[in-house]
Design a protein around this ligand. Sequence first.
Ligand SMILES: [Zn+2]
Length: 358
Amino acid sequence: MPITPLYGHDSLRARLVSAHGRGALPPSLLLHGPRGVGKQRLALWLGQMLLCSADGDRPCGTCQHCRYALDLAHPDIRWFFPRPRLVNPDPRTEEVLDDFVDAIGVRRKSHGLYTAPGGTEALYVATIRAILQLASLTPAMGRRKIFVIGDAERMVAQEGADQAANAFLKMLEEPQADTQIILTSSEPGSLLPTIRSRAIAVRVQPLTESAARDFLRDPVVKTALDDQDVPPSLERRIELMAGAPGTLVGSVDRAQASEVAREFLQAVSQGRAEWSRAVAKMSVAKARGLFADVLDALTVQMHERLREAAGRSDARRAAAIAHVMEVIEDAKLRVDGNVSPQLLGASIARELNKWSVL
Ligand SMILES: [Zn+2]
């Protein structure tokens, strides 16, 4: 069963087709825009368009390349995105690729509708090494190979991995003639500057209302959303979606995580007495598998404060918020380990107070 078709983005698609026709498509692209707006789906569509063998309008949707692409099975479209850290601290490329076969299998099963990665999922250096290794091979079926790297801001710098990082930057800067790289990010400001400067940024806009309607009327989408207890009315769904289809998928969990994060910040701002209660809630979130999402929601809410501070040119406050965000990022990396969520919550609360961020 193929993945859900790409809806909307008509003018951007036309621009990409035209750039490709003129031989002017930059080999390293960064698709950025709101979370859930369909950037990775658009990147997969672009890969399909580049490989389609039809003579007329591409992608045709029916040639062998198109069919493989729509089944997430084209050997020349390599899709990477944040994943939990593997048990083996230094996994071989085969292990990394096996993990992606499983992960893509899950995304195929859900027709390409999936939730945003959790707080501890990242593009670790083993993934970068796997990408580099695949990039050195010739295309298997088509004339070129396409790398789609979703949520690229989750690429983590790791100690002792300078060689892989540098090789990746070189690949972005001067890809081989048969290689197209498409990064996506909903937080381009969090991308490593060395990466951001090497890819041409293309903004992906929210869907128009009519494209949103078409998406929501797709029978596969409709069934998936009905299964997830998303409110049934089409108008309500359009409103909730706000032009970003991905926000509807898994929106219930995210709304809860966002609520826990908001309560946490409020409790910390009310002084020490309220802390313990808020911090205790973190372990409840962990038990329900929400903790990583809560940390993500904290990042989002800190980002908002950071933007406000930057807007007021309050450099001191911006630096304080940035510091707290680092502590939250650090907590995200430790959330899979044995560190208790209370401990991580308490350390975030301490930093919030120390830097008077709230
Ligand atoms: Zn085709």
